[in-house]
Structure formats: structure tokens, C-alpha cells
Design a protein around this ligand. Structure first.
Ligand code: APR
Length: 237
């Protein structure tokens, strides 16, 4: 059976009302990413960084999955072959839509990471700096977000599934951040077909065999319908 690997970025959650990272002005919710998304920022101003992610976590309560999340969850349910949705997003909209074969490579808002022992645990409320880790007791819990300069989660598993992929599809990402931006090349090296669904051409568009431009909530359901109707990972359906 065929293997489909899907990479999603901020664009898939845009129509749910979550702002993308590189919007007009290049700011993320009014902040430069260097000020809220680096280990240096966390060390320099933990109160600011924790508050920033507390607000993002709290905002999840007022958003819902859109038609693109729903379509990917349906594909996950109905695709009989191997499938993995790799998301760069830290929101929980894929899982709330029902996706199961899902991996958050850049961490999750609804999770806390212990900087002392590395334990990750579900976290829903505010996370003040110095919160104690239930596993080891250290006052070292931080947002479970992969900052710039840190290693994304489960890279070995991602590279392994990309090496078997028959189709790699990238949805709603600017292709500006590595290693995710390199997945298309890896998939191609191993012979996968490659398709991009994005609002604007991305930095990596030239690497894809085909790019379809438009909104995720329109393009993704169309593509999923075609794949399931043909029972084939080919996007040329
Ligand atoms: N439908 C489809 N694509 C959209 C939509 C939409 N409705 N709205 C925006 N887009 C596209 C934009 O054209 C852009 O290419 O989504 C992309 C969003 O790009 P970024 O804001 O750069 O987000 P992303 O690529 O996910 O960022 C990658 O950077 O800051 C880090 O760790 C953070 O995971 C994030 C990573």
C-alpha cells in the first residue's frame, strides 16, 4: 500500500483565525520571533516568553478546526496505506479535527517541557516561570516549543517515513525554516511525487513538481476527495 507524508504549516490554521508567523511586517502577534522563540530570549526574559505562550495557549479555546483540518483527518481515517501528518504548528487543531497519525515537530502549546529532566506533559492553563516538574520536582518547566537553534522532535522517524513516501504534500508553509524546508528534496531523492498547496508561492516552490495556489480550506478538501476517490496517492487525479 502507498505511503503519503503531509507537512503542514501556519497557513492551514489561518482560516481558523490563528495568525501566521510571517505575516505583514514579519511579526508574530506583535513580536519578533527572536524575542519569543529562542533559548536566549527565554533566558533573558522568561516572564515575557512564558506570558507570550500562555496567551497563545489560552487563544486555542476560541478557535476551531477548519475544512482543511477536517479533510486531513478524513484522509487519515480512510487511507488504508501508511500516512503521516507532520505539522510545524503548535496549535491542536489537527487532533481536534480527529487526526491520529500526527506528529508535532515544533512542539505543542498544550504541553510543558521540563528543562531539567526532559519530561513532557499535557498542560492546559497558564505556565508561570519556575513551575515545578511533577516528574523530577525541579522548578524548570518551560513551554514545550522547539525554539530556533533547538532540534525538532522525531527527526529520525520523519526522515525514515520520507524515505518510503510515494507522495509528499506540503500545505500552508512558507518553506523558510529548516529542516522542514528540506523535506521536499529528501522525498524527491527517494522518488516521491511532490505537491504544494499554499496561498502564495513559497521559498521552496521550485522544488515541487506541482504547486496549487489558493486557500487551504478550499484546496485541501478538493485534493483529499480526489485521492480517496482514485484510491491512489497520485495527485494527478
Ligand atoms: N491557506 C493556505 N496557505 C496560507 C493561508 C491559507 N488560508 N494563509 C497563509 N498561507 C500561507 C502563506 O502564503 C505562507 O506561505 O502559509 C504560509 C505561512 O508561512 P509562515 O507564517 O512562515 O509559517 P510556517 O511556514 O508554518 O513557519 C514555519 O517558523 O516561526 C517558525 O516554528 C515556527 O513552525 C513555524 C515555522
Amino acid at each position: 500500500m502507498h505511503t503519503i507524508v503531509i507537512l503542514t504549516g501556519a497557513g492551514i490554521s489561518a482560516e481558523s483565525g490563528i495568525t501566521t508567523f510571517r505575516g505583514p511586517g514579519g511579526l508574530w502577534e506583535g513580536h519578533r520571533v527572536e524575542d519569543v522563540c529562542t533559548p536566549e530570549a527565554l533566558a533573558r526574559d522568561p516572564a515575557l516568553v512564558h506570558r507570550f505562550y500562555d496567551l497563545r495557549r489560552a487563544a486555542l479555546a476560541s478557535v476551531a478546526p477548519n475544512a482543511a483540518h477536517d479533510a486531513l483527518a478524513r484522509l487519515d481515517r480512510e487511507w488504508g496505506g501508511e500516512l503521516l501528518i507532520v505539522t510545524q504548528n503548535v496549535d491542536d487543531l489537527h487532533e481536534r479535527a480527529g487526526a491520529v497519525r500526527l506528529l508535532h515537530m515544533h512542539g505543542e502549546l498544550r504541553s510543558a517541557l521540563c528543562a531539567a529532566c526532559g519530561t513532557r506533559q499535557a498542560w492546559t492553563g497558564a505556565l508561570p516561570p519556575g513551575s515545578a516538574c511533577p516528574a523530577c520536582g525541579a522548578a524548570a518547566l518551560r513551554p514545550d516549543i522547539v525554539f530556533f537553534g533547538e532540534m525538532p522532535y522525531q527527526m529520525e522517524r520523519i526522515e525514515d517515513v520520507l524515505s518510503r513516501a510515494d507522495l509528499f504534500v506540503s500545505i500552508g508553509t512558507s518553506g523558510a525554516v529548516y529542516p522542514a524546508a528540506g523535506f521536499v528534496r529528501l522525498a524527491r531523492q527517494h522518488g516521491a511525487a511532490t505537491l504544494e498547496l499554499n496561498l502564495d508561492p513559497s521559498e521552496g516552490s521550485a522544488w515541487f513538481e506541482e504547486t496549487r495556489l489558493g486557500r487551504a480550506a478550499t484546496l485541501v478538501p478538493e485534493w483529499v476527495d480526489a485521492v480517496l476517490a482514485a484510491n491512489s496517492p497520485s495527485y494527478r487525479t
